[in-house]
Design a protein around this ligand. Structure first.
Ligand code: NAD
Length: 298
C-alpha cells in the first residue's frame, strides 16, 4: 500500500502509527501537540507540520482523535485536499451522529471510508493487539484489513457505515454496567463476611462469571494482573468509561432505546469522576461504592 497519513498521535495513535512503521509502512504523522509529535518520531513516524503535508501522496488516511467534533473538523479539511479514491478511516471513539456525518462527507467527495474504533487500551495499542470493530463497505474493509492487522489481533467487520462505532458503544455499555455489578457484589460480600477469594472462586465458575470479574477483578488478589493490584492506575481511565457511557446514552435517546442500567452506570461514573476518580482505572469505582456504603450506616 502507498504511504499512510496518521492524524492524532496521542496515547493510542502514537503507538498505533509506530506499529504501522514496524510492519514496513511509510507513515507521515501530524498532531497539534509537540509532545505527541516527539513521541511519534521516537517510534519511527515521519512527523510533518500540517494535515496537508501528511496526506500528500497517501492512499490511506487514519484519524485517532478525542471526539466527534475533532474528527469532523479534520475530515472536512481532508476531503477538501485529498484526491477522490483516498481511503479515510477513523479509529476514534465518537458519537453515532458524527460517525454518520464523517461517512457522508467522504462519500460526497468520492472517498471510501471506514469507522474502525478499537478496544484494548494503550497496552493493546503498544503491543499491536487491539480489537478493531469496523463499519463500512465490505470491499473497502477487505482492502484495509491487512493494515489493521499491523495494529490489532482481532479485526471484525460489524456491518455498513458506523456499525463499528455502534458495536464499540454497545460493548462498553456492557462493560461499564458489569464492572459496577461486580463491585457491588464484592462490597455486599464484604458486609456479609465473605472473603474476596471465596466470592471470586464461586462467581468465576458460576452464572455471575464475566470479564469484569475474571480478567479485571476490581479487588486485589484473585486476578494478580488487574489494576486493583496496582493502586487502580489505568488501564482504562474512568473518564474514558464515562465518555463511552455518555455516547451510549446519546445513542439510546436518539433511537428511543430503554437502557436504564446504562443510564445509571453513566451517573455513577460521573459521580466517581466528580469526586476525583476520573484518572483512576474504571474498576476503582468499587472504592466509591464501598465508601458510600460505609457512610450510609454511620
Ligand atoms: P489523546 O488525547 O491521548 O490523543 C488525541 C490526540 O489528538 C492528541 O495528541 C491531540 O493533540 C490530537 N489532536 C486533537 N485535535 C487534533 C487536530 N485537529 N489535529 C491533529 N491532532 C489533533 O487520546 P487517546 O487516549 O489517544 O484516544 C484517542 C481516541 O481513542 C479517543 O476517541 C478515545 O476515546 C479512543 N480510545 C482510547 C482508549 C484509551 O485507553 N486511551 C481506548 C480505546 C479507545
Amino acid at each position: 500500500m502507498s504511504a499512510i497519513a496518521f492524524i492524532g498521535l496521542g496515547h493510542m495513535g502514537g503507538p498505533m502509527a509506530a506499529n504501522l512503521v514496524k510492519a514496513g509502512h511509510a507513515v507521515r504523522g501530524f498532531d497539534l501537540s509537540p509532545a505527541s509529535l516527539e513521541l511519534a518520531r521516537a517510534g519511527g513516524v515521519t512527523t510533518v507540520a500540517s494535515v496537508g503535508e501528511a496526506v500528500s501522496g497517501a492512499g490511506l488516511v487514519i484519524t485517532m482523535l478525542p471526539a466527534g467534533a475533532h474528527v469532523l473538523a479534520v475530515w472536512q479539511e481532508l476531503v477538501a485536499i485529498v484526491p477522490p479514491g483516498t481511503l479515510l478511516m477513523d479509529c476514534s471513539t465518537i458519537d453515532m451522529g458524527s460517525a454518520r456525518k464523517a461517512h457522508a462527507l467522504a462519500a460526497a467527495h468520492g472517498c471510501p471510508a471506514l469507522d474502525a474504533p478499537v478496544s484494548g487500551g494503550t497496552g493493546g495499542a503498544s503491543a499491536g493487539t487491539l480489537t478493531f470493530m469496523v463499519g463500512g463497505d465490505a470491499a473497502v474493509f477487505a482492502e484495509a484489513k491487512q493494515v489493521l492487522e499491523a495494529m490489532g489481533r482481532r479485526i471484525i467487520h460489524c456491518g455498513d457505515a458506523s456499525a463499528g462505532q455502534a458495536a464499540k458503544i454497545c460493548n462498553n455499555m456492557i462493560l461499564g454496567i458489569s464492572m459496577i455489578a461486580v463491585g457491588e457484589a464484592f462490597v455486599l460480600g464484604e458486609r456479609l463476611g465473605l472473603s474476596h477469594q471465596a466470592l471470586f472462586d464461586v462467581a468465576s465458575v458460576s452464572s455471575g462469571q464475566c470479564w469484569s470479574l475474571t480478567t479485571y477483578c476490581p479487588v486485589p488478589g484473585p486476578v494478580p494482573t488487574s489494576p486493583a493490584n496496582y493502586g487502580y492506575e489505568p488501564g482504562f481511565a474512568a473518564a474514558l468509561m464515562l465518555k463511552d457511557l455518555n455516547l451510549s446514552q446519546a445513542a439510546a435517546e436518539d433511537t428511543g432505546s430503554m437502557t436504564p442500567l446504562g443510564a445509571k452506570a453513566a451517573l455513577l461514573y460521573q459521580l466517581f469522576a466528580d469526586e476525583g476518580g476520573g484518572e483512576k482505572d474504571f474498576s476503582g469505582i468499587i472504592n466509591m461504592l464501598r465508601e458510600k456504603s460505609a457512610s450510609d450506616t454511620e
